[in-house]
Write a protein that binds this ligand. Sequence first.
Ligand code: AMP
Ligand code: GLY
Length: 422
Amino acid sequence: MRVLVVGGGGREHALCWTIAASPLVEALFCAPGNAGISADAVCVPIPAEDLDGILRFAREESIDFVVVGPEAPLVAGLVDRLEEAGIKAFGPTAAAARLEGSKAFTKDLCARHGIPTAAYGRFTELGAAEAFIEGRPLPVVVKADGLAAGKGVTIAETHDEARAAAREMLAEERFGDAGREIVIEEFLAGEEASFFALVDGETALPLATAQDHKRVGDGDTGPNTGGMGAYSPAPVVTEEVAERIMARIVRPTVAAMKAEGAPFKGVLYAGLMIEEGEPRLLEYNVRFGDPECQALLVRLASDLLPALVATADGVLDMFDLRWHDDAALTVVMATKGYPGDYARGSAIRGLDALSASGDVNVFHAGTTEEDGTIRAAGGRVLGITARAPTIATAQRLAYRAVDRIDWPEGFCRRDIGARAID
Ligand code: AMP
Ligand code: GLY
């Protein structure tokens, strides 16, 4: 097969590394990819959001199968465009990607189908939003409806703070179109977990569990980020909890999307809050988590590519995946200043020796290569991923590798996995 992966982050590096190992692959391309991905795939400089460019490339290169990594092209309809052109693709249509593209859509779907989630209201008028906020128990959660790159959620400790968040979104257009509608919801207590399932429109095949760390600082402090690290499995998701998640949340969602004429195909990522073993949905994403994907894929023993193709073909019911018993852990290294402003272009040294040592995978997220030097080109830059019999050992291996990387302008959290180890 001639395969194209769309995206250029750590998730796409893990996807390319995994897919490149499949005996089914004749050629592997990545658009746009990054300096690390170029070891596994031919990188082509087409941005993931350039739907026309990707379609043209897929036609010209006779691509058999496209795997879409990030949410933006999914929500914009890349899979619809590829399918119209007769090119098979992994990922949901635009109609099904509303599960991530509109929080209000997802909340209403949950309400119609009895899927457990936080109580909520949806608003386009500031006055009505302010009236709803008044008297709500604190904290209260205010969310932009659309895609806001992980920045559209405010957990307000006071009613004033909640009103200010609503005002910024509805009146000051802080998130543009994404904030023209907002969801105001109940705060859920508990422990967060991510749950992933391949879904072919009808059948859901659960993947291994994972957990990420969203805050920038040790001890889960500081602003939210895309994710500073992850580990798999997530101990909070016991087999019993996983079965509840499938029975009460994932399968009802898959059935509801099919019944409502927008069958979901791709990877469904449920962000959950788990309290005393009872899961409730925080949000859906319609793609692999980043960096959860990196920790998940190093644990996969089966060939990923036929599973992705079976998902697109709607034949997952005949499919099974095998996983290594080992745990895995990813430490993200980011440029100092992230998630705020940061400088680009600093040199990263010591990576060659690490790849040669073979105990970790260094997945690149935002890197370029100039004259043989790897340079930081983004906020999140590397995902150092180790697989080992326990999370504690994987953590030790990952940090030993981090300490061998010579990159004074970079930083990482030092406590990835701590909750799973205590
Ligand atoms: P989201 O983009 O919806 O995943 O929200 C980002 C983060 O905000 C989540 O990972 C949670 O940590 C937190 N969060 C979102 N909604 C709630 C809620 N209803 N209750 C508690 N925490 C929440
Ligand atoms: N790690 C969180 C996300 O991918 O959305």
